[in-house]
Design a binder for this molecule. Sequence first.
Ligand code: SAH
Ligand code: SF4
Ligand code: F3S
Length: 446
Amino acid sequence: MANIKSDIEITNKVYIETYGCQMNFSDTEIVSSILINSGFSIINTPDNADTILLNTCSVRDNAERKIHERLIHLKRYKKQNKNLVVGILGCMAERLRKNLLEEKQIVDLVVGPDEFRKVPQLIDDARTGTRGIAVMLSRVETYDDIEPLRTSGVFAWLSIMRGCDNFCSYCVVPYTRGRERSRSLESVVKEVENLRDKGFKEITLLGQNVNSYKDRQTGEDFADLLAASAKAAPKIRFRYMTSHPVDMSDKLIETMAEYDNICKYIHLPVQSGSNRILDLMLRGYTVEHYLGHINKIKKLMPGCSLSTDIIAGFPTETEEDHKATLRVIEEVGYDGAFMFKYSPREHTKAFSMADDVPDREKTRRLNEIIELQHKISRELNNKETGNFHTIVAESPSKKNPEEWMGRTDTNKVVVFPVSNGIAEGDIFNVKILGSTSATLFGEIIS
Ligand code: SAH
Ligand code: SF4
Ligand code: F3S
């Protein structure tokens, strides 16, 4: 009997490791919730796990390489516990499908982003020796009815839509996450109210392209949703990720300006400063159109911070195109940027183009972009000295336990010394005393 009991205990502990974008982190909270509702428990280390799941990303080759390396490491766990179940979830599961089962003996289950409801069953099957796969994409699945298992009681990710219909020529996401679909405004606002009642302080609304959010029943758009959320929880700060320049609207900028509890921070990826490259990327806008949005944002929300994504070395990119990217970065004056080397992805439209910028040249261009961006971030952060910001305490600083970090409304990290008794979610007024390109240093005023 004792053995049976311990078997039951052993076979229910799941450890999930998450890679990739915020949508993936939000998905892990959904999978965790599905598992708990089926009698599993979620643990924080792989050591005593009976099941190890990797929620994966395919956006660039190095994201996938990380997972291949991780699977090699996990062999050690499987040696220690031959009943261990190992699963691949998310975008890489969707992209590589049965190849993963065929090529990786260690993998017992493969589940794409729209089939998470099947994870408990597939774990059960794997325990009896049947390796399984579920990678259908859906036009309707939004996991609307599932309350994600949130580990913080202060900061919440809230997925308002899934998938992407943009098919930028370099991007694998529409293939791994399927067609775009929005949740109803009513269900999102209900979740906001629920989080408000539980005492959450900050919510980030998530989607690959939130600006094209649409409630199909009522026709309400993302600006309507943001306004309804901000009204439903006036004490909660709202952020959102990510917006696409094509669908950026004046209405959205005006809505952001109108509500104090909508953070003054926009991540608006430009990708390239060259119209010819933007055209090849199928981004659907020109640099001039993009800068029109930026000007409007700066006019209606002076002090709003801005960030971007940049791809260096897209096929056919010349030195002139690269210089145009540097010019846009300079002209906008981004507070921050995520900068990448182009990585060809199978099945995408750009995959048929020759990857003709040599890797050394991509690296050189990327380094130039990073250097310029750091210089701009340093200058902008320098100007913060003497400013006051309201911040929500997030966690102890990694470098010094006597300091904590929190984020400004404009999404800048502030590190500040603390006295006893500080907790996640405490709200402070801080004065900025100094900075680097990545961090502001402050002191608590009140
Ligand atoms: N939906 C978001 C981005 C999702 S992917 C948006 O449209 O902004 C995040 C970023 O990864 C992209 O903005 C892009 O800069 C980068 N990226 C996507 N595919 C890539 C590829 N094949 N090579 C290099 N970078 C890529
Ligand atoms: Fe990829 Fe473009 Fe969709 Fe963003 S908008 S996820 S870059 S296809
Ligand atoms: Fe990666 Fe999938 Fe997100 S490919 S960036 S985890 S949508």
